[in-house]
Design a protein around this ligand. Structure first.
Ligand code: GLY
Length: 606
């Protein structure tokens, strides 16, 4: 008990240190010289403590810090306890981090179906203990019958079909991606990785209150859209909402997992694939058997760069995540953000200005590299320095001065999910995958238990108009047959001195890459443990709409100061759900942290 209390006091001291600018100057009180020769924004005065710099814990901050699971061998952090237990079991049976990540992802398709999936896609970053790094792209592709204006009516209005129903679904990549990871880097037999998920679907598992409430919301939305058969899967047998304590079974999904356990290509070729394509088309979607047969996960060159003595390994296009993360961290260094008090008005303002400019590039210039040529110098420090010129400390730059356009954002849940795994040898996996919004297209392919993604909305469905996340994107990300839609998912591994330091990522649509940048900055710039960085206040700016999104824990004083500088502030209960692992570079101790201050989750280690 005493130990618990002292851990809590230590936690709050660290939170306050972050809030008060934990980065007390590192030597003798004088701030270190700026890292780059020429300051980017010469107009910026030297950092001074701001009146608004002290961020007091507000009632919205967690009463308890997230639990840190400590171990010397393997560690796992995910958004759902059964799935974390599956991965831990795989590690303890001698599986490596890739095996555990695959088993975890398949389990989440059963236990966390608002985001875990077979019918969606994602990205996996792997760093082997010997230093080899891999980036696996298993993003969905547009069906061959897709076309640029497929969601526009004759008047040019956007249709709801981009978000709800089978026409919203890209060709899923999850099963192909996990099979590709297993074929290249897995150790245990494939079947052993599918069986835990199959058991959870066939025999069921007990729902928590949060599970029941999420499933209830999903089922209600499905019913409202007229997908009664889909809604029945996420309800009690009599159609009533599932409740905490219910044992929930999914026999059709178990059958599909049984076919996949025998052969993962069953999802793409043969009777299951034929059923998927037929039923999707019957319900108004575009999939053909050839689209499924043609789907391939792709190994890509990871984005690798140095940030203040650390090596960052992250996801390349078609996720914009790595490009945005690198631009943001280079911009942070160029602006000397590490010398500003963490979460002070100055630091948030300057970071928002960097995010605004980074997202203007992301939204207008990036797309699937197999289809569009991305300007080569986007990641040059000189280019990023030029982009940051003109930033003023006391005034927010209106986004209209950077690029024309306004865009209202729609409130939507951003139900991606991220998990992290480290094994006893030090292999690490960061995996982020999704159906896009919560429960994706809200349509389960009859007879298969496979819930479809609504990832097509991540394309620029109407270039220049906002998508569900308010992102205003351009022609490079227009819909084309076979193309991958641009993403923000940012699974990331941090290395220091050649040793694994952290495994990071988050859900949250466009807020993913900015959340990961803040996790890296908390760890690297402010030297704080992830147990402190994870629950700390998050902020986000994406150029359009011209506003800072942040959390309810933002203090009124800080809000007022940011508004004085011209920012529009929009608060949400939470941004992201970062399930991460930190590794002590000296001792190798693993510390897994699930983002339990923002929802359920479980960290485990042994
Ligand atoms: N579906 C959200 C993303 O990929 O960014």
């Amino acid at each position: 008990m005493a130990q618990q209390r002292s851990a809590r006091v230590g936690y709050w001291l660290a939170v306050l240190a972050l809030g008060c600018g934990g980065p007390a100057p590192r030597s003798g009180g004088a701030p270190p010289p700026p890292p780059s020769a020429a300051p980017v924004a010469p107009a910026l005065p030297a950092p001074v403590p701001s009146a608004a710099a002290v961020v007091q814990p507000s009632p919205q901050l967690p009463a308890e810090p997230p639990r840190v699971a400590v171990g010397r061998h393997g560690a796992v952090a995910s958004q759902e306890a059964n799935a974390t237990d599956v991965a831990l079991g795989v590690l303890q049976q001698g599986g490596n981090a890739v095996d555990a990540a695959i088993a975890l992802g398949l389990a989440l398709a059963v236990t966390h179906p608002s985001a875990g999936n077979l019918g969606g896609g994602g990205f996996m970053v792997i760093r082997r203990a010997d230093g080899a790094a891999y980036a696996l792209d298993y993003r969905e592709t547009a069906p061959s019958a897709a076309s640029r204006d497929m969601y526009l009516d004759a008047q040019g209005n956007l249709s709801d079909a981009r978000l709800n129903g089978p026409k919203a679904a890209g060709i899923p990549g999850t099963v192909a991606g996990f099979a590709a990871a297993h074929a290249k880097l897995g150790k245990l037999p494939w079947r052993a990785l599918v069986e835990p998920a199959l058991r959870l679907a066939r025999d069921g598992f007990t729902l928590t209150a949060e599970d029941a409430s999420t499933l209830g919301r999903g089922a209600a939305k499905m019913r409202e859209l007229g997908y009664a058969a889909s809604a029945r899967i996420y309800s009690r047998k009599d159609g009533a909402p599932l409740q905490a304590g219910d044992r929930w079974v999914q026999p059709e999904l178990a059958k599909t997992l049984g076919l996949i356990a025998t052969e993962p290509t069953a999802f793409y070729r043969g009777p299951l694939a034929a059923t998927l394509a037929r039923e999707v088309r019957r319900a108004g979607g575009l999939w053909t058997p050839a689209d499924l047969a043609r789907y391939e996960a792709r190994w890509r060159e990871p984005v690798v760069f140095d940030y203040r003595g650390h090596t960052i390994i992250t996801m390349p296009l078609p996720s914009a995540g790595g490009v945005v993360l690198e631009q943001l961290l280079v911009a942070s260094e160029v602006l000397g953000l590490e010398r500003r008090a963490w979460r002070s008005a100055d630091e948030i303002h300057l970071f928002a200005e960097a995010m605004r400019r980074t997202y203007a590039d992301r939204n207008q210039l990036l797309g699937d590299p197999d289809f569009v040529k991305v300007p080569p110098d986007l990641l040059e420090t000189s280019y990023i320095r030029d982009r940051m010129r003109g930033i003023e400390l006391e005034r927010a730059t209106p986004s209209a001065e950077i690029q024309a356009g306004v865009a209202p954002a729609r409130e939507e849940s951003t139900q991606t999910t991220h998990y992290s795994v480290v094994d006893a040898d030090g292999n690490a996996v960061a995996n982020t995958y999704t159906l896009n919004t919560g429960f994706g297209a809200k349509f389960v392919v009859p007879g298969t238990g496979v819930l479809l993604n609504n990832e097509m909305d991540d394309f620029a469905v109407k270039p220049g108009a906002p998508n569900v996340f308010g992102l205003v994107q351009g022609e490079p990300n227009k819909i084309e047959p076979g193309k991958r839609m641009l993403s923000s998912m940012t699974p990331t591994v941090v290395v220091r001195g050649g040793r694994l330091r952290a495994v990071l990522g988050s859900p949250g649509g466009p807020t993913i890459s900015t959340t990961v940048a803040q996790l890296v900055r908390g760890l690297v710039d402010y030297g704080q443990p992830l147990s402190v960085v994870v629950p700390a206040l998050r902020v986000h700016h994406q150029w359009l709409p011209d506003q800072i999104w942040t959390e309810e824990q933002l203090s009124p004083a800080l809000k007022a100061e940011l508004e004085r500088r011209g920012h529009v502030i929009r608060q949400r209960p939470h941004l992201g759900h970062a399930n991460v692992i930190e590794v002590d570079a000296e001792t190798g101790e693993r510390r897994a942290v699930a983002d339990t201050t923002r929802g359920e989750g479980k960290a485990a280690a042994y």
